[in-house]
Design a protein around this ligand. Structure first.
Ligand SMILES: [Zn+2]
Ligand SMILES: [Zn+2]
Length: 362
């Protein structure tokens, strides 16, 4: 009786546990990739529910919300747009993965063993570390990833601000796994790894004690989103922070983190946020006559200039102002920001997202 009650509760909580990677190999192992549930899609109500919980907690704690309506709408719109390609085809990552598995695999790890599940967990997280590090250290890839960093707020909605174009480069980093790990196992972990990164986008949780040593936490990821000098190019981890500690890219949270891009873009226009950096990159590429400088613009870091180290000189990063930093300062009351921005940003972004969704689906 007791164990059956436990089983019922356990399966009822599966949705919320999925948001924190708290799933067992037993309940998330599948023989065929077609049988793997669309965990990310299924998580939509939990995204919304947890965002409401965060809003209430931040109101109770500080008296002001940690969000602004335009910013939230922009992030949610980016989240919807970024999932568009998966509506009519399997994601790019999984499609290329299956191709390599079908044609080039060297061995077949079992799809139903706990150790293979844990190995895949580590391998996906390790690969994600490199996807993410390259996305910051190579300008051409940063053009896609900067979308995720373009908010000057830091709350759960920021997690949804995803790039439409990043998936067209990230797949490369996962291909070595396809030589041995079945696609169904990969398809599970690639989703849980992404879902895990939702809850760490919050200021409500400050410190997680000893877990900070091993896990990627809100504190570590706040540093990753910071534009303070000590935050630049730090904390790339997905679910685990151990990779940053191993490869020398870890920084603990210190001075108050100021969020957003080093060079602010001051806009909520969703298509501009997705594509503006490609235009900037093209202009910089054309500015140089020397072919090595042209190529340097693409494959070196966003701050690189001729004569500077590969990642540029971080001392040149504009100094952050702790107070009055944002064009949309924290403490702007939700109602006030709602009325100021509703007619322009919210309406425009909502209409544009609906139009894009409609034209993709019809
Ligand atoms: Zn990043
Ligand atoms: Zn993030």
């Amino acid at each position: 009786m007791r164990s059956s009650l436990f089983n019922v509760l356990f399966s009822l909580t599966k949705g919320i546990r999925s948001m924190f990677y708290m799933v067992t190999p037993n309940e998330s192992s599948f023989e065929n990739v077609e049988d793997v549930p669309p965990y990310v899609q299924q998580a939509t109500p939990f995204f919304m529910g947890l965002m409401v919980v965060e809003l209430v907690v931040s109101l109770l704690k500080d008296g002001t919300p940690l969000a602004c309506v335009s910013d939230v709408v922009t992030s949610v719109s980016a989240g919807i747009i970024s999932r568009m390609p998966t509506l009519f085809a399997r994601g790019f990552e999984i499609t290329t993965y299956i191709y390599v598995w079908d044609n080039l695999r060297l061995l077949e790890l079992p799809w139903d063993s706990a150790w293979a599940w844990w190995l895949a967990f580590l391998a996906v997280d390790f690969s994600y570390y490199w996807v993410h590090r390259f996305a910051h250290e190579m300008n051409l890839l940063w053009a896609a990833h900067q979308v995720h960093h373009s908010s000057e707020y830091y709350n759960l909605s920021t997690a949804l601000r995803q790039s439409l174009t990043q998936q067209f480069s990230s797949w490369v980093f996962y291909l070595p796994m396809a030589l041995a790990v079945p696609p169904s196992v990969f398809a599970v972990h690639i989703q849980f790894n992404l879902l895990y990164q939702f809850w760490i986008h919050t200021e409500v949780i400050r410190d997680m004690g000893p877990l900070e040593w091993v896990l990627n936490t809100p504190s570590h990821h706040r540093v990753h989103h910071g534009r303070n000098e000590y935050c630049i190019d730090k904390n790339y981890g997905g679910a685990l922070i151990i990779w940053d500690r191993l490869f020398g890219t870890f920084a603990p949270e210190g001075d108050k983190v100021v969020y957003g891009l080093v060079h602010k873009i001051n806009t909520f226009e969703i298509l501009h946020i997705q594509f503006h950096y490609y235009k900037y990159l093209w202009r910089r590429f054309n500015r140089y006559k020397n072919i090595f400088n042209k190529l340097g613009v693409l494959w070196k870091g966003p701050s690189w200039k001729p004569g500077k180290p590969r990642l540029g000189d971080h001392a040149e990063v504009p100094e952050v102002l702790i107070f009055g930093v944002s064009a949309f300062p924290k403490g702007t009351h939700l109602t006030l920001s709602y009325f100021i921005t509703y007619h322009y940003d919210v309406k425009k972004n909502t209409i544009l997202t609906i139009q894009i969704t409609h034209s993709v689906l019809t």
